[in-house]
Design a protein around this ligand. Structure first.
Ligand SMILES: C[S@@+](CC[C@H](N)C(=O)[O-])C[C@H]1O[C@@H](n2cnc3c(N)ncnc32)[C@H](O)[C@@H]1O
Length: 434
């Protein structure tokens, strides 16, 4: 396929997502099934263009004065892919499957040096209008740059598994993919995402992955697990274990010593956790499946450390799931807040006196983060806020990135973001039980 046809395909997929409100991955997959002539490079280009439009949807729409997928995809091709108006016109002229060329007024919009006057801050920052106040609370006058960084294409981060390998070996094995060491995580490796029609690197098909040398895990998530591990303690509960991303990171950081109890209230979320544990060579993980009755009753007041990787809106991961950014609704946020309070209370009872609770979200919204931490401290007077920023330094050997430290109730929490840390957005708060 030529670029004109790829732009037309991206428009079709975007229109499908607008019409059906279904996840973009499903729409892309269906497009692929009904257009079998498209090669894998074409599919990558179409997917990349669709995702790039979704990342910048609000600012592209403000520029073009319309949400018409034809204009959004054309603008993304010309402006985000660096082809310019001339490159766009050439691609459209070169392919009979291409969409209509832009009108005179549309061309002027594409060439304008800035967004139209009066474009609201949320559209400039490419965040949902209803979250502008909340994100301004989080980022203050840095909202434009934080929003822009949340709208970039993300690299792929890997966590090296020291139970099976080391960072030098993984860097060597993945040198053909352009792998480099991560900035903060001592076990982090970063692989570039690629540009325009590049296929995303398929790190899971490498032999080194199958040997258990690394897992795919954002550096922010690695840091959260490293902070928990830096606290120390042999009896650890991972209360929201899901498929075990943080469980495995903890097992590795603990050198297979101690005991990690991995629980999730929804057993379907364990997914392929057993396979992952086996591949990683982790031997200190015990899975506690939810059943009738309290399957954690024997751990009440016993845990040195309870990790709560809480259910959240995922607003810190918008780079990877840009359609979720626009689908998120106030009702879903309200539901997450209730779940977060509930799971914090579930976790608190497990912590022994002198033990710690680590609260983590992959969200940057204060409602899910410092507000939940404040509500927790008010509800559980035996806990006090610890110095999470100091634990960041203990875990990484570096001071936290600028703007990441959140002073809170006499201690500190951390808000990592793509703009400040180059990671997904994460919040980490450590509480100590008196
Ligand atoms: C952010 S995900 C966990 C991701 C996982 N820790 C990882 O690193 O791959 C949150 C998980 O919390 C679980 N969850 C929600 N409420 C819970 C509760 N009250 N108790 C335990 N798990 C809960 C959800 O089922 C979901 O799997």
């Amino acid at each position: 396929m030529k670029d004109g046809g790829r732009i037309a395909a991206a428009i079709e997929v975007l229109a499908d997502v607008d019409r059906t409100r279904r996840p973009v991955q499903d729409a892309l997959k269906d497009w692929g099934l009904t257009h079998r002539f498209a090669g894998s490079r074409d599919r990558s280009a179409i997917g990349n263009l669709v995702f790039d439009v979704l990342r910048r949807r609000a600012s592209l729409a403000a520029r073009m004065g319309s949400e018409d997928p034809r204009l959004l995809a054309s603008a993304a091709y010309a402006l985000l892919w660096g082809k310019g108006l001339d490159g766009l016109l050439a691609a459209l002229a070169d392919d009979r499957h291409a969409p209509a060329a832009p009108s005179e007024a549309e061309r002027a919009a594409l060439l304008a040096p800035d967004l139209p006057e009066g474009t609201p801050a949320w559209a400039r920052a490419d965040v949902p209008a209803w979250l502008e106040a909340s994100l301004t609370r989080a980022f203050g006058d840095r909202l434009p740059e934080e929003g822009a960084a949340l709208s970039e294409r993300a690299e792929i981060d890997l966590r090296v598994n020291p139970l099976k390998s080391d960072r030098a070996a993984v860097l060597e094995a993945l040198a053909p993919l352009g792998a480099v060491a991560c900035r903060w995580s001592p076990v982090g490796v970063r692989v570039p995402a690629g540009a325009t029609d590049d296929k995303p690197p398929h790190v899971a098909s490498e032999l080194s992955f199958k040997r258990g040398w690394y897992e795919v895990q954002d550096e922010g998530s690695q840091i959260a697990a490293l902070i928990a591990a830096a606290i120390g303690g042999g009896q650890v509960v991972d209360l929201c274990a899901g498929a075990g991303g943080k469980t495995l990171a903890l097992a590795a950081a603990m050198g297979n010593r101690g005991q990690i109890y991995a629980y999730d209230s929804d057993k379907r979320r364990f997914g392929d956790i057993l396979e992952r544990i086996a591949r990683a060579g982790a031997r200190n993980i015990q899975i506690r499946e939810p059943r009738r009755g309290d399957v954690l009753a024997d751990l009440v007041g016993k845990a040195d450390l309870v990790l709560i990787d809480a259910p959240c809106t995922g607003s810190g991961t918008w780079r990877r799931r840009p359609d979720a950014k626009w689908r998120l609704a106030p009702g879903a946020l309200e539901t997450r807040l209730k779940e977060q309070d509930a799971v914090l209370s579930d976790g608190a009872r497990l912590v022994r006196p002198g033990g710690h609770l680590v609260y983590v979200t992959c969200s940057v919204l204060p409602e899910e983060n410092e507000d939940r931490a404040g509500a927790f401290l008010a509800a559980e007077p035996s806990f006090r806020m610890a110095d999470t920023a100091a634990l960041f330094t203990a875990a990484t050997g570096a001071a936290p990135p600028p703007h990441a430290t959140v002073p809170l109730a006499g201690g500190t929490a951390l808000r990592l973001s793509p703009a400040t840390a180059g990671t997904d957005g994460f919040f980490v708060a450590v509480f100590a039980r008196g």
